[in-house]
Design a protein around this ligand. Sequence first.
Ligand code: SF4
Length: 290
Amino acid sequence: MDDLTSAFLELIRLTSTDLSPDVEESLILARDQEAAGSAAKSALEAVLQNVALAREQSTPICQDTGTPIFYVQHPQGWSTRKLREQIRSAVAAATSLAYLRPNAVDAISGINSGNNLGDEAFPTIHFEEIEGEELIVDLMLKGGGCENVGAQYSLPDRRLAAGRDMEGVRKVVLDAVYKAQGKGCAPGVLGVAVGGDRGSSYYGSKESLFRKLDEPNPDPDLDAFEERLTEEANRLGIGPMGFGGVTTVLGTKIKGMHRLPASFFVSVSYMCWAHRRRRMVVHGSDIQYP
Ligand code: SF4
C-alpha cells in the first residue's frame, strides 16, 4: 500500500478552496432568482465572489473550515490503521498550510490542539470495505454554524402534530428550517435521514449530503418528496442569510433507514452554502479528484 498522505493533502486543499460545480451552479441560479437590488441578491453575489476568489488564490472558501469528515471505502486487505495515520498527517499538514483553520478544541480543558488533531473522532473517519480495486474517499468539511442548527426529532411529536409517517417527516423537516431562520448561513442543503437509532440517523443524514444537488433520489417517491420539501422550505421566505427572499435551501437529500418498531427518528443535518465536499479515487498509481 502506497503512502497517500500527499494525495489526502490535495483532497483537503481542493475541498476547502474549490467549491463543487453543482453547488456553485445552484448558487448562481439562486442569485438570478432573487429580486434586483435586494439584500438576498447582494448576499449571494458576495458569496459567489468569495467562491471565485478562494479558487483563484487557493484559500479557504470560508474562515470556518469545519469538522473534516472522511468516508473511506477501501478494497480488501488495505490497512485502515495506516490509512488513518496518513489522513491525520495530511490534516495536520493542511492546517499548517492554512487550508484548514485549527478547529479541534478539547471540550473539557478548552485547549485547541492547534493542528486539527483531537481524539479518534476528530477528524471523523468512517471506513467500509468494498469489492474491487479502487480506494474511494469522500471528504466533507462541516461548518460549525450549520452544524448547530441541525436537529433530531422523535416521532410522534405532539407539539408539531407530527405522526409516524411521511407527513410527520415533512412537518419536522420544515420546523428545523423555520427554527434556523437563516442561521447556519442559508441557503444551504438539507440532509435528512428517516429511521435508524439516534447515532446512525445523524450519520445517515450527513451521508445523504454527499449526493450531488443535480443527482435525483433513486426512489421516485422520495425524489418527489425531496422536491416538495425544497419548494415548501423556500416558500417560508427566510432567504439567504435570513434576509428574506425566495431561496432558503438549495436542495433536500433524504435517506431512508431501518428502525426499531419502538422508535421513529428523523435527523436533519443542515449544510450551509459553503457545501464543501470532494471525492478522491485511487486506482493503482492513478489518483483522480472527480
Ligand atoms: S455555517 Fe458555513 S458558511 Fe457559515 S460560517 Fe460556518 S462554515 Fe462558513
